[in-house]
Design a binder for this molecule. Structure first.
Ligand code: HEC
Ligand code: HEC
Length: 186
């Protein structure tokens, strides 16, 4: 096998979980990561019910995020982030999110806060492994799956952030949007 073949084979193995017995892998993984704050809802076989997007379907900012002005970011948000996310959220719950707009993420006071994130209007999240976090996952199993499997990878890709790295604490996490519970005194 040449190198490319080997790599392709490895990639297939990763996506299809080659090797071992032929137990089918669930389409939606619930693998937890520190930054994602999502404990697997192991006993709950449901999924969020949202179609898994191919990464090529996700829009990407035209320039490195750090080099964009707030105006350029806002423009990209209106042109690409909102339409994509609106479709995604509506697929999850059209009644709740059919009218998604900038304020769904940024909060009602977004203009006064210059669209700064995280948004105080979003529910604060507790650290991985805490009792409060476990309770949150138990109370919102589908929402957590939706966030972890769809919202996080989409937002991360759109602004060109790295995946969360638990060792360095760097990369994209739930906390780009949600406040830390400790910071708001909860
Ligand atoms: C799905 C959630 C989501 C939606 C919807 C959304 N945004 Fe954002 N927006 C974000 C996130 C996350 C960031 C912060 C990225 C980062 O950390 O730099 C951001 C950043 C911004 C910034 C840059 C703020 C800064 O600090 O420089 C502006 C401006 C902005 N958004 C405007 C908008 C506008 C206008 C809309 C509606 C057309 C919108 N956003 C819709 C999630 C969202
Ligand atoms: C791109 C921004 C963004 C990211 C990243 C994000 N969320 Fe969310 N989250 C939202 C929005 C928007 C809502 C809907 C708020 C509403 O109902 O108006 C939400 C709602 C939730 C809710 C529902 C709370 C409730 O009371 O109904 C939970 C739980 C949640 N998120 C957990 C997470 C977790 C865990 C992660 C990381 C795996 C995460 N979120 C990442 C934007 C985000």
């Amino acid at each position: 096998m040449n190198m490319l073949r080997i790599l392709t084979f490895l990639a297939l193995c990763l996506s299809l979980a080659c090797g071992g017995d032929s137990e089918p892998e669930p389409v939606e993984t619930t693998e937890p990561t520190e930054g994602a704050e999502a404990d697997p809802v192991e006993s709950d076989p449901t999924t969020s019910g949202v179609r898994t997007r191919d990464p090529s379907e996700i829009p990407v900012a035209p320039k490195p995020w750090d080099e964009m002005t707030p105006e350029e970011k806002g423009h990209f948000m209106g042109e690409s982030v909102l339409p994509y996310m609106k479709e995604l959220f509506a697929e999850y719950d059209s009644e709740e999110f059919g009218n998604m707009n900038c304020g769904t993420c940024h909060g009602p006071d977004m203009q006064a806060r210059n669209f700064e994130m995280p948004a105080p209007s979003l529910p604060p999240l507790h650290p991985s492994g805490s009792d409060e976090q476990r309770q949150m996952v138990e109370e919102h199993p589908q929402m957590v799956r939706f966030m972890f499997n769809h919202v996080v990878p989409a937002m991360r890709t759109m602004i060109g952030e790295e995946e969360y790295d638990a060792e360095t604490g760097e990369g994209f996490s739930c906390y780009f949007c949600h406040p830390h519970a400790e910071d708001v005194g909860e």
